[in-house]
Design a binder for this molecule. Structure first.
Ligand code: G4P
Length: 532
């Protein structure tokens, strides 16, 4: 119970959204509230621009900037808020999934005109796999969009979660007058303002108060009363424990760019969201208030400068106190390491820290000792679970164009896949390397980095695979039979697990039918998948 105060003070979460829904804008407004930045526009540069697809300089620049803004920490209302940035670009979805393993809750941003979009559904699936508490922010209410009730229905239907509005919009688009805060029962009037924080909040304790008519007009006031009545009738009262267990998502409405509805969101967030929670390991559950330090690496970032091939490993602290210059046990390597310069990330500054607590993320300079998923402890042999690899969607074979440089190529691709830029599956005979990614952009990044950072010479040849499926079974002879029959489609992942590279959904179905003793998984973390 030693660090209880530090633990209760912290809120570590991620903001997720389909690109363009307003994630960057909302992040920036939250930082403004926390005083972490002074002007709007500071976070904006962090975005991977849509035009970046083939512009390497741009990719490099983005990688550089995103180190600084990968974790944004600030204080608000006595709490230390850690926002973990997730790339919005769909080609980096895998990076986002992994970052979600390091948060305790999530804010999902939806564009009120577009509703639930493809990327929203996928991200939400990942949250549901681990029962992460989710708050939904319906953004861009200053524009014409879908009716609020239909949006709530759409959220429930497509995201497969119950919702409960905690704020309610008064009108939409040109008629948008503000939001009524159902949690605090007060009214926030809309006043478009992109750089400052709207201060005009009117307290209305009784919704039938005539003051409401005076402020927003009689017709909108009556409409609001009717709608609130419907909400109370249709939706159960908000129950914090349902939110914390991931079964109900509270919904807020607003306009991030106008700083509207953001304070309601933030104030409620710090009251209801979870403080750092523990994590499961292969041995036992680790509670945050345990005395001994433990943590795991969920992201690795390469240095931009090819002459300094050091990297930053992002460590989420799960329990105890992390201290600089102290030896910690690297479980996978069975070796002790100490870190003289651990960094924290306060908005855009990186600074060396002396200590950090559960919920915090520290950056550790690394010369190649870390892989994503690695655990550090004070000696206990255990590995944190829950950092799955998902089946990639695009597969290409990596071909070496210069036999004299094969060492460089091997080293390069091995380090890049340790960083999680892509997954690699090795096929025998011939040690053929099949690289799998979520988007085309990664292949460009990998080819560029292999050439420029490792001096390798290579090309990618597209492969026509549909999915990589991890295979599990209790029946070894059935597995052996399958491996013999499908030699051309079998490979091993980095941890030596067998995967089946299925060319089509039909061939996968056939395999499932012909080998009923084998189970084929779309994610390397079978336990989580089974729980889902
Ligand atoms: P993302 O990180 O989720 O990809 O989205 P981002 O915040 O960059 O927002 C995408 C676009 O939507 C931006 O416009 C942003 O200004 C706009 N936006 C965000 N919140 C609101 C809102 O509440 N109302 C309205 N009307 N627009 C909003 P852009 O034209 O792409 O960029 P910019 O030139 O405005 O910076």
């Amino acid at each position: 119970m030693k660090h209880q105060i530090s633990i209760e003070k912290r809120r570590t979460f991620g903001i997720i959204a389909h690109p363009d829904a307003g994630k960057t804008t909302l992040t920036e407004k939250l930082l403004l509230f926390g005083g972490a930045i002074q002007t709007a526009g500071a976070v904006k540069n962090n975005k991977i621009k849509k035009t970046a697809t083939s512009d390497f300089m741009e990719i490099e620049k983005q990688r550089g900037i995103s180190v600084a803004t990968s974790v944004m920490a600030f204080e608000y209302s006595g709490k230390q808020i850690n926002i973990l940035d997730t790339p919005g670009h769909k080609d980096f979805a895998e990076d986002t999934y992994r970052t979600l393993t390091a948060v305790d809750s999530v804010i999902l941003v939806i564009d009120c005109a577009n509703g639930v979009e493809s990327q929203t559904e996928k991200l939400m699936e990942v949250c549901r796999m681990r029962n992460t508490p989710v708050i939904i922010f319906v953004n861009k209410m200053d524009r014409e969009g879908k009716d609020a009730f239909s949006l709530l229905d759409e959220l429930e239907e497509k995201l497969n979660i119950k919702v409960r509005p905690l704020s309610w919009p008064i009108g939409i688009g040109d008629r948008f007058k503000g939001v009524y805060n159902l949690y605090d029962k007060n009214l926030n009037l809309f006043q478009a303002n992109k750089t400052k924080i709207a201060k005009e909040i009117v307290q209305i304790d009784n919704i039938s108060d005539n003051l409401l008519n005076e402020i927003i007009g009689e017709a909108p006031a009556n409409e609001l009363r009717e709608e609130l009545e419907i909400i109370e009738g249709v939706y159960d009262n908000f129950n914090q424990s349902d939110y914390l267990s991931g079964s109900v998502a509270p919904v807020f409405f607003g306009s991030a760019v106008n700083n509207f509805g953001v304070k309601e969101l933030l104030d409620t967030f710090i009251r209801i969201s979870p403080s750092p929670i523990g994590r499961e390991t292969d041995k036992r559950f680790i509670e945050p208030n345990e005395e001994k330090f433990s943590g795991f690496v969920f992201k690795i970032h390469a240095n931009l400068d090819p002459k300094h091939r050091d990297r930053i490993a992002f460590l989420r602290i799960v329990s105890g106190k992390f201290e600089k210059n102290t030896f910690y046990y690297h479980v996978r390597l069975d070796k002790k390491f100490k870190f003289p310069n651990p960094t924290s990330f306060m908005a855009q500054d990186k600074s060396v820290i002396d200590e950090a607590f559960p919920g915090d993320v520290v950056g550790l300079y690394d010369t190649g000792n870390f892989k994503i998923g690695d655990t550090l402890s004070e000696g206990e042999k255990m590995m944190f679970k829950g950092i799955p690899s998902f089946s990639p969607e695009i597969f290409q074979e990596l071909e070496n164009l210069d036999p004299m440089k094969s060492k460089q190529l091997d080293k390069g691709i091995s380090q890049l896949t340790d960083e999680g830029v892509a997954q690699m599956f090795v096929q025998q005979p011939g040690n053929r390397k099949i690289v799998g990614t979520v988007g085309q952009l990664q292949f460009e990044v990998i080819a560029h980095r292999l050439t420029h950072e490792y001096g390798a010479s290579c090309r990618f040849v597209p492969k026509n695979y549909f999915k990589a499926c991890w295979i599990t079974t209790e029946n070894d002879s059935s597995l052996q039979k399958f491996l013999n029959a499908k030699t051309g489609n079998i490979a091993k992942d980095k941890d030596n697990n067998f995967v089946f590279l299925a060319e089509t959904p039909f061939l996968l179905q056939m395999a499932e039918r012909d080998y009923p003793d084998l189970t084929f998984h779309y994610s390397s973390e079978f336990k989580l998948e089974q729980m889902n």
